[in-house]
Design a protein around this ligand. Structure first.
Ligand code: 6PG
Length: 254
């Protein structure tokens, strides 16, 4: 695979989150202008939380066309919304309760159903929302991904059979930290997005960022993120980028 994503390096986690929030706003505005609506899928984990909180505050709160924004999740832990590990519950308290997004535009994964049923139900939600037939895949305007130190993205974990999924849009898996049953979007959905942004922060991620962006050695789930037509952007802070070589940094943009 020829792997040439754009890379943006921010000084620290705060400027990283501001940059991510700016991308959210700009992509929302552009998408509404071009297609009259904005579809975005967000990740869980700790890294995007600062950005999420910013989206609930000014100036972001007023600059986002919430009435045209439709929010989905790339993955969810199969726990109730009030559980502190719930991606939806966390996003709700971080920003969704603070912004004027119509409730019907929120599409949390059905985390409290039998997992296989939940996955099938979310697939139906996606097919209906994107008005696609049995064999087609949704095209999100924007997808935010985090990455684990083992190279996982969403809830697509190393060596799991879900990595080979080519037809279903959503599957149930068990794994991760916390080790829970989860629902996750699959590669055919992720890779069709118009824009995919990896958001990565901290020294602890420097080794995986280096291994991802230096090419070679396949095998990490994140290495199969290769947009069909869309744009791929790595938004990392200085600590996470600390092991990147000059050769990789030729792909750096301002
Ligand atoms: C989840 C995720 C997961 C996450 C990474 C990075 O819900 O667990 O979507 O893929 O993005 O594990 O998590 P951190 O940001 O906490 O490092």
């Amino acid at each position: 695979m020829i792997f040439k994503p754009k890379i943006i390096i921010e000084d620290n986690p705060v400027s990283l989150s501001f940059r991510a929030a700016d991308i959210f706003v700009q992509t929302a505005i552009d998408s509404v202008e071009k297609r009259t609506s904005f579809s975005v899928a967000i990740s869980g984990g700790s890294t995007p939380r600062a950005m999420h909180r910013m989206l609930g505050e000014e100036p972001y709160r007023s600059n986002i066309p919430w009435d045209k924004t439709c929010l989905f999740w790339v993955d969810e832990r199969c726990v109730p919304e009030y559980d502190h590990t719930s991606n939806y519950g966390t996003a709700k308290s971080d920003f969704l309760d603070k912004v004027p997004i119509p409730k019907k535009h929120l599409h949390p994964m059905p985390a409290e159903r039998f997992p296989e049923d939940g996955a099938a139900a979310y697939q139906k939600v996606l097919k209906a929302f994107f008005r696609i037939d049995k064999t087609s895949f949704p095209v999100f305007d924007l997808i935010f991904l985090g990455i684990g130190t083992d190279g996982h993205i969403a809830s697509l974990f190393p060596e799991h059979r879900s990595l080979a999924e080519k037809e279903r849009l959503v599957v149930a898996v068990k794994g991760g930290n916390p080790n829970l049953t989860r629902l996750t979007l699959t590669y055919p959905v992720l890779n069709r997005a118009r824009k995919i942004v990896f958001l990565v922060s901290g020294n602890g991620k420097s080794e995986i960022v280096k291994r991802m962006l230096s090419g070679g050695q396949a095998g990490f789930p994140a290495q199969k993120i290769n947009p069909v037509k869309g744009e791929l952007l790595w938004l990392v802070d200085r600590d996470a980028a600390s092991l990147l070589s000059k050769a990789v940094l030729v792909n750096k943009i301002k």
